[in-house]
Design a protein around this ligand. Structure first.
Ligand code: CMP
Length: 141
């Protein structure tokens, strides 16, 4: 539709991907797909095998575990990286709290892009460290 952002524009406008060159952005776009979720949809389920990495193009999600909201992520945020990195089950539920559009990469695409373009790893690592610090400073009960 006229005026709509292409997936490439949308990804390029997300801080996480904005530093990447256009060619790499195109490769990423070609390897993933956009998925629309309704408010209330569970996108990632705790305990399941992880098969995707998600970047939020629009909307908002909550990361929930044991009845607690661990984090709220919105446009530009990502989730699903943990299971893909260590091959362990999903560590938490991720639920859309608004109509949410995600860009999803399969495990295979995520790993292959990461190994061919290791510069993507650093922003992911920085964000994961930030989340760890937030979790450490959160009250325990
Ligand atoms: P994964 O374990 O694959 O699936 C659940 C996702 O929720 C996880 O990857 C992270 O992307 C995200 N997640 C888990 N714990 C936190 C947290 N404390 N803060 C923010 N995001 C989290």
């Amino acid at each position: 539709m006229a005026g709509d952002l292409t997936a490439s524009d949308a990804l390029g406008s997300v801080p996480f991907f904005s530093g990447l060159d256009k060619k790499l952005l195109k490769t990423i776009v070609a390897n993933g797909k956009e998925i629309q979720y309704k408010a209330g949809d569970t996108i990632v389920r705790q305990g399941e095998v992880g098969v995707g990495f998600f970047l939020i193009l629009q909307g908002q999600v909550e990361v929930r575990s044991n009845g607690k909201v661990l984090a709220t992520l919105s446009t530009g945020g990502f989730f699903g990286e943990m299971s893909l990195i260590d091959d362990q089950p999903r560590s938490a539920n991720v639920v859309a709290v608004q109509p949410t559009k995600c860009f999803a990469l399969t495990t295979w695409s995520f790993s292959s892009i990461l190994s061919s373009h290791p510069e993507i790893a650093m922003p992911i690592l920085k964000e994961v460290v930030k989340r760890l610090r937030t979790a450490q400073s959160a009250p325990t009960s």
